[in-house]
Ligand binder design. Sequence first.
Ligand code: CTP
Ligand code: CA
Length: 226
Amino acid sequence: MVASFGDPVLRGKNIVVSAGPTYEDIDPVRFIGNRSSGRMGFAVAEAAAQAGAHVTLVAGPVSLPTPAGIVRRIDVRSAAQMHAAVTEAAGGADIYIGSAAVGDYRPNSVAAHKLKKHDGADLTLQLAENPDILASLSAQKAHPFLVGFAAETQNVEIYARDKLQRKGLDMIAANQVGEGLGFETADNAITLYWADGSLALPRTDKAALARQLIECIASRYKAVRG
Ligand code: CTP
Ligand code: CA
């Protein structure tokens, strides 16, 4: 039995949460990745389940147990796999929360065998841009209520509001990262932005922060879709 909390508007709603990093393979033993532990996304998925939603969790490569109350977990590795899994799961969903740190680029080709080093010579990797999962969802006619994340090292509000608008999101959760903030930490602080409002959630543990985020999503969801 999962403890429940919060606004009843999320009870029985289908919510898809993406979490963690993506890994883009270079060869059989190397990849390009990013510094996401997946803990914030997993906490958000757990909080959504506690609010009574049916939660599908699409997880990149993380070493985290599935939170209580999650209906379905889909494990993926690359941005392309995450895109396919989210697109499939979000069809007919009410809300998509994109907390994954999706890799922006992938190697143009994956070497079949381990690349060998050639002493003294530089190595150049050709990278291709990955599709934007949130933007591709928002381009669909009937799409879920869309929540994005923005981890920024500077100009947090300007960059977050730009992403909110450019990607056609209903809400964005922004935080400052770097210098001991945001990544690989137990605590986090975020500010939520939507077209005509904002809400600062001060520094606390990720579970408490996730519940506050879910509360705010419930109230915004009610305002625009309720
Ligand atoms: N995102 C996505 N698909 C991508 C890249 C990002 O859905 N290919 C989502 C992330 O899950 C997050 C939001 O977009 O919710 C913002 O991600 P971020 O990396 O901050 O934005 P980018 O548009 O990639 O901009 P940049 O990395 O240049 O800051
Ligand atoms: Ca990015």
